[in-house]
Design a protein. Structure first.
Length: 267
């Protein structure tokens, strides 16, 4: 029933043509350190957007605030038409996330872990749903193994499956292909692209893999020291900076920052 309700709400939301995410002057301070500094951005419903930046740019902190795991120091977050700070429990069943840095209980088997999360989301037909995801993400052979015995790459695939149990309208992805070999990474990217096209879901991706971003994303938001320094489509950013690809754009912005130069193109 949950999946049917979620699918109906997704159709209704997309019919209204709203932004899936609206962030206004969002900040997060840890004592003297300002991790996120007055971010304002929108992500259109049914698109895939990337948050890019070096270590410490504020990507993971921003995702955590969007999920409601961290309270912002100031600012506003609207997700799927709801105020996340006031009504996050209206939104959480309609979203999910994956991160290779968030472990599942290691003593439980893979199937047991996924079943626990499926119940939390009210998924109907749990065994069938887990079996389908295991087949699509190619981890059927270790469903009965303890999660703690898996390799980093295997855990990454399980984490992606966990994030799709409830067929979310909004999927937050923190380095979704980290630890995967090139073949497995390509399969996961293809799977996520197909999911987005099939369901019309919105994806927000934090990644250091620039070819991945070029392949998957409609829009890119470049972060540095908790601030937005540029944004646009991958093609527009590449043209603006006069570079061959998005990785060279990323490096140009990072090196300009280290050298104390302007982040403006061709500075």
């Amino acid at each position: 029933m949950f999946t049917a309700v979620a699918s109906e709400s997704m159709r209704n939301f997309q019919t209204m043509n709203l932004n899936a995410i609206e962030v206004t002057k969002l900040s997060k301070r840890y004592d003297a350190a300002l991790a996120v500094d007055a971010l304002s951005f929108t992500v259109r419903s049914g698109t895939t957007c990337a948050l890019l930046g070096g270590n410490g740019a504020g990507k993971t902190t921003t995702l955590a605030m969007l999920l409601g795991l961290l309270l912002p120091s100031s600012g506003n977050i609207t997700i799927l038409g709801e105020d996340m700070l006031r009504h996050r429990y209206r939104v959480l069943p309609r979203m999910n996330f994956t991160s290779p840095y968030v472990d599942l209980p290691k003593r439980l088997t893979v199937a047991e872990n996924l079943a626990v999360y499926a119940r939390l989301y009210g998924v109907i037909g749990i065994k069938a749903r887990i079996s389908k995801l295991a087949s699509e993400l190619q981890f059927e052979e270790f469903l009965k193994r303890s999660y703690g015995t898996l390799s980093a790459g295997q855990r990454t695939r399980v984490s992606v499956a966990k994030s799709l149990l409830n067929e979310p309208e909004l999927l937050l992805l923190d380095e979704p292909t980290a630890s995967l070999d090139p073949d497995a990474g390509d399969r996961v990217r293809s799977f996520l692209i197909d999911y987005q096209k099939r369901t019309g879901a919105t994806l927000l991706l934090a990644s250091h893999n620039m070819p991945e971003v070029e392949r998957m994303c409609d829009e890119v938001i470049m972060l540095r020291a908790g601030r937005i320094v540029d944004s646009g489509t991958p093609a527009a950013l590449i043209a603006r900076y006069g570079r061959a690809d998005l990785e060279q754009v990323f490096l140009a912005i990072a090196r300009q920052a280290r050298e104390g130069l302007s982040a403006a193109p061709n500075a």
